[in-house]
Design a binder for this molecule. Structure first.
Ligand code: ZN
Length: 156
């Protein structure tokens, strides 16, 4: 099995990315996604262990990319959503954006049986000294890098 599994929604070109999410159960590999307003969703299954990292903006959230990542972890690694921990990064939110996709991501995780969900609750467009916001800065902005990995020195 390849060490990292990538998957994409059908609207990849609309999002402009090669993939929307990556999952792995390999230690010593850092998964990364770039975001600016979209949400980086960190998924950890400490039991198996396995991890996932998803780039979920408005469109991706509508298409269920986080749901796909969690299902992928269930199918490939035997992960149990009830023992997963999900963390949502800062992302653009109302009133700076018309859709509260962060709340929808939380709903999707709950629907799959994830119990421990942490939302930063932070809006990227509210704090431009600290975060890049594609919308608030009219496209002339940087990207934030989200990283996650399983500790390579731990044996289980
Ligand atoms: Zn805001």
């Amino acid at each position: 099995m390849p060490p990292i599994t990538k998957f994409a929604t059908r609207s990849v070109s609309a999002i402009g990315r090669c993939c929307d999410g990556i999952i792995t159960n390999q230690r010593g590999i850092a998964l990364g996604v770039y975001v600016a307003d979209c949400c980086a969703v960190y998924i950890v299954d400490p039991k198996t262990p396995a991890i996932g990292l998803v780039h979920s903006g408005r469109k991706g959230t509508e298409l269920g990319v986080v749901t796909n990542a969690i299902r992928g972890m269930i199918d490939r690694f035997g992960s149990d959503p009830a023992s997963m921990v999900v963390q949502l990064s800062p992302c653009i939110r109302p009133p700076h954006y018309e859709v509260d996709f962060a709340a929808e991501i939380v709903r999707q995780c709950l629907a799959l049986g994830v119990k421990e969900i942490h939302d930063s609750g932070v809006c990227t467009a509210c704090d431009l000294d600290r975060y890049y916001s594609y919308r608030a800065e009219k496209g002339k902005t940087g990207r934030m890098l989200a990283l996650i990995g399983l500790n390579p020195t731990v044996t289980s």
